[in-house]
Design a protein around this ligand. Structure first.
Ligand code: ADP
Ligand code: MG
Length: 567
């Protein structure tokens, strides 16, 4: 054989491996799901490549996954005849974690402190291939990339280094051989050499994998004395989204969701639809119960995958789901698209834009349904995804109305409960024509703002908006249900509307204006570096003065935000 190279895992990978090996997951069974899912991806990729590039010399007549057990050697092998990896692929994909956000994840795990929180974080991240080291003390991988001659053998005990070596004569595809740890009931290791156990795991986690997962069963001797090894296909292979809704159980939806999302929880909402007509497609979408840890990090990815006629095309399909709905997970399987369609073309495709509009409507509709049926559950969802949804008010003007119905905000009406805009409007006073709000850094600051005084005194309800994104969307959205959104900190908010005709009040105002006629210009002059103008106000009841923005001015929080971004 050729020389063996010993390479080091990248530092972050080492840390992650340590976490995996020292049993971050309580459920070790999922290692098989991860390996099968990688094998399935590799088969998808090979099929796609041969469909696009007819020159690629690869046998795709019997694409499948094979599971092999060797009780003597105590090994379990997951084999596929998919696309395989080159030596460089191996170093890059297995030796380092290309995934963005690894460093951030490790940081959060350290902060989390307790094991359960860490487990939930890493569960969302999905450790993929490395999960093999939960059950194996050594892993050997042999692989050959389709269209190339050279094969590579990779081996590691997961401790810090791995060996890599060129080998001849490998078939196209990948085999991953796990040298299983001794069985020990205590740390959740089952007997992964047992056929029943493997069948059970495959059925539970990988039933809808679209490629056959085969395993050699026991030997059988027929009447003539000929002994054969029976090979069984363990999975049903039915793409869940292609089945009628009535035939899919809740448990199957949950398994599927957990597989694609790496979430450990069940989804909050499931949307399963089929569109017929000129552009046919099936969609199976999920709203998670909990936001992923990286929902607001720059490189978080959208969760919708695109398939064309059961062939996987791409992850993170931005053409199908707007950025603010990046937490939605699922699959769209379109029937009439080219397999080698590019992201750029997809973005411009009129029909795809139609699909996207429809999916957005469905998702917002599902949220609206929860809101109507179960306020408490809705409040939880809003807590998780409200900030992202409010980005939609900036990004997606087609959905402004639907999104405004979903918005929840704290309010002076009932300090313990947030309110919808619809509820706010229902409580508006006679003659009140605007929805009043005040933005600020946190609730206490807003509540104690001098701007609040007159509104509180008159019994007007004011929304308390404290998310940074609030500053932006309230500027973009002109009105809700015909009622203007009005900041109580900006411009001339005239609280004396109905009393204007009141002669006594008018006389009082004139008297005060006269009284302060000399003071105001003097103050304006003295404070000219800080303010544009000093004027009398009817806003205040107990405070002596407050600073008011022009109608077009940036709010202090927004100013701070822009400054923080270096603008
Ligand atoms: P993920 O599947 O989320 O990308 P993994 O850790 O499971 O993360 O796998 C890392 C990468 O290694 C995969 O993206 C793939 O490129 C490669 N890989 C893993 N297993 C296989 C396989 N059986 N065949 C081909 N490539 C594989
Ligand atoms: Mg994987």
């Amino acid at each position: 054989g050729s020389t063996v190279e010993t390479l080091e895992f990248q530092a972050e990978t080492r840390q992650l491996l340590r976490l995996v090996i020292h049993s971050i997951y309580s459920n070790k069974d999922i290692f098989l799901r991860e390996l099968i899912s990688n094998a399935s991806d590799a088969l998808d990729k090979l099929r796609l490549e041969t469909l696009i590039d007819s020159g690629l010399d690869a046998d795709t007549s019997d694409l499948h996954i094979a599971l092999e057990v060797d009780p003597q050697a105590r090994t379990l092998t997951v084999r596929d005849n998919g696309v395989g990896m080159s030596r460089d692929d191996l170093v890059e994909l297995i030796g380092t974690i290309a995934k963005s956000g690894t460093a951030g994840l490790l940081e959060k795990i350290k902060e989390a402190g307790d094991a359960a929180a860490a487990q939930s974080l890493i569960g969302q991240f999905g450790v993929g291939f490395y999960s093999a080291f939960m059950v194996a003390d050594r892993v050997t991988l042999r692989t050959r990339r389709a269209g190339t001659e050279a094969g590579t053998r990779w081996e590691s005990d997961g401790e810090g280094t791995y060996e890599i070596q060129a080998v001849d004569g490998l078939p196209v595809g990948t085999s991953v051989t796990l040298h299983l740890k001794p069985v020990d009931g205590e740390d959740g290791l089952a007997d992964y050499l047992a056929e029943w156990k493997i069948r059970q795991i495959v059925k539970q986690y990988s039933d809808f994998i679209r490629w056959p997962i085969r395993m050699a069963g026991g030997e059988r001797t027929d009447a003539e004395g000929v002994t054969t090894r029976q090979v069984d296909t363990l999975n049903s292979m039915k793409a869940l989204w292609a089945r009628p809704r009535s035939e899919v159980t809740e448990a199957e939806y949950t398994e599927f969701y957990q597989q694609i999302s790496h979430d450990r929880l069940a989804p909050a909402e499931t949307i399963h639809m089929r569109a017929e007509g000129t552009f046919e497609y099936e969609a199976l979408l999920f709203i998670p119960a909990q936001a992923p840890f990286d929902l607001f990090s720059r490189d978080t990815r959208r969760g919708v995958q695109l398939y064309v006629k059961r062939v996987f095309i791409m992850d993170d399909c931005e053409a199908l789901m707007p950025d603010y709905l990046r937490f939605v997970k699922g699959v769209v399987d379109a029937h009439d698209l080219s397999l080698n369609i590019s992201r750029e073309i997809l973005q411009q495709d009129r029909q795809i834009r139609g699909v996207r509009r429809r999916l957005v409507k469905k998702v917002l509709g599902a949220l609206k349904d929860v809101q109507a049926k179960d306020a408490e559950r809705y409040a939880k969802l809003w807590e998780q995804f409200g900030r992202a949804l409010k980005e939609g008010l900036i990004e997606d003007t087609d959905s402004t109305e639907a999104l405004l119905e979903l918005v929840c905000a704290a309010s002076t009406h009932e300090p313990e409960r947030s309110t919808t805009l619809r509820e706010y409007v229902g409580r508006m006073k006679d003659g009140q024509d605007a929805v009043y709000y005040l933005t600020g850094e946190d609730r206490a600051t807003v509540e104690n703002s001098p701007h609040m005084e007159a509104f509180a005194a008159k019994g007007y309800e004011v929304l308390i908006l404290t998310d940074p994104v609030d500053e932006v969307w309230v500027e973009r959205v002109p009105a809700f249900d015909g009622h203007r959104l009005q900041s109580i900190a900006k411009g001339q908010v005239d609280l004396d509307g109905p009393a204007d005709g009141d002669e006594e009040a008018g006389a009082e105002k004139a008297r005060r204006e006269q009284e302060f006629a000399a003071l105001l210009p003097w103050l304006t002059e003295a404070l000219s570096a800080q303010v544009k103008e000093v004027r009398l106000s009817s806003r205040l009841t107990t405070s002596a003065a407050c600073v008011v923005g022009d109608a077009q001015d940036m709010t202090p929080t927004l100013e701070k935000m822009y400054r923080a971004m270096g603008q």
